[in-house]
Design a protein around this ligand. Structure first.
Ligand code: GUN
Length: 282
């Protein structure tokens, strides 16, 4: 029987720790502060942004909301970011993605001060991960590592297969697993021998965005499976990239969807905000 890695329980524990750290900072007169910038009214983005403000409030982190019109120009958004970079009491800046088409996302993101990049999306922070220096880790990959650590699943020496090569999840999680001494393979849509790679892996991290893509015949007996997928089905239900019911009896541990990796992302964002506040104000 597989162990279910419970992201709700682990993320709640992390939030509790963050709250305690926020209180310790507050006792020194420092209120950690996250600025969240949303451009336009994408409904999914509005839900994510609301959840980030709620998490901040629950953890004792101040959050500032900047909601720009969907017609905003690149220059308007850049000047908002420059102002937030210069604002002493702002520790973290998060520009909610995706941005409207008229805006060059790379230019906007690279305008953020790397010391305030609590998303861990900037080349400065990803580059630090590549060369093994301390920096902000992207929240979902950091959350995956935390799930493994707190479930006492060692990565050292394991054969780890990452499905997907996005800049936000696939590439950084592969680098994190490498940092933790796993032997890492990244598979993607052009990978030739995918079935073979999957059956060999001790740990599979699935981030391909295809519902129920990983089946029991793909996984090794006793493998650990981390499911990053969030696929909305026609009936409204959420499915991961892994066919949970199908693989359950074959694996040793697995994250459910929902309630696995998902809740970890915001918890790690809160952790990054505290870290930014400590680093900037010491
Ligand atoms: N859009 C969806 N997820 C995220 C996230 O984690 N950070 C930002 N900035 N935008 C997102």
């Amino acid at each position: 029987m597989a162990k279910i890695i419970d992201g709700k329980v682990i993320s709640a524990q992390i939030r509790k720790e963050v709250k305690h750290e926020a209180e310790t900072l507050a006792a020194r007169g420092i209120r950690a502060c996250l600025a969240v910038v949303q451009v336009g009214d994408d409904p999914a983005s509005s839900v994510y942004v609301r959840n980030k403000h709620r998490a901040c409030a629950a953890c004792g982190i101040k959050s500032l909301e900047f909601h720009l019109s969907g017609n905003s120009s690149q220059e308007e958004l850049l000047s908002k970011i420059r102002a937030l970079n210069a604002q002493e009491d702002v520790d973290g800046i998060l520009v909610q993605l995706p941005l409207p088409k008229q805006i060059d996302t790379d230019r906007i993101m690279s305008a953020i001060d790397p010391a305030k990049d609590v998303d861990g999306f900037l080349p400065e922070n990803l580059g630090r991960l590549v060369i093994g220096q301390e920096g902000f880790l992207p929240c979902t990959p950091a959350g995956i590592l935390e799930l493994l650590k707190r479930s006492r699943i060692s990565v050292d020496g394991k054969d780890c297969l990452v499905l997907g090569r996005s800049n936000i999840v696939g590439k950084p999680v592969a680098l994190l697993m490498l940092r933790e001494h796993a032997t890492v393979t990244i598979a993607h849509s052009h990978t030739a021998n995918l079935s073979e790679l999957m059956r060999r892996a001790d740990i599979i991290i699935a981030a391909v965005g295809r519902a129920d893509f990983v089946k029991s015949t793909d996984v090794k007996e006793g493998a650990v499976v981390i499911d990053v997928g969030i696929n909305r089905m026609e009936d409204g239900s959420l499915h991961g990239d892994v066919d949970f019911a199908d693989v359950f009896d074959r694996v040793s541990a697995i994250t459910p969807v929902p309630g696995g990796v998902g809740p970890m992302t915001i918890a790690m964002l809160m952790k990054n905000c505290i870290r930014a506040a400590c680093a900037r104000r010491n």
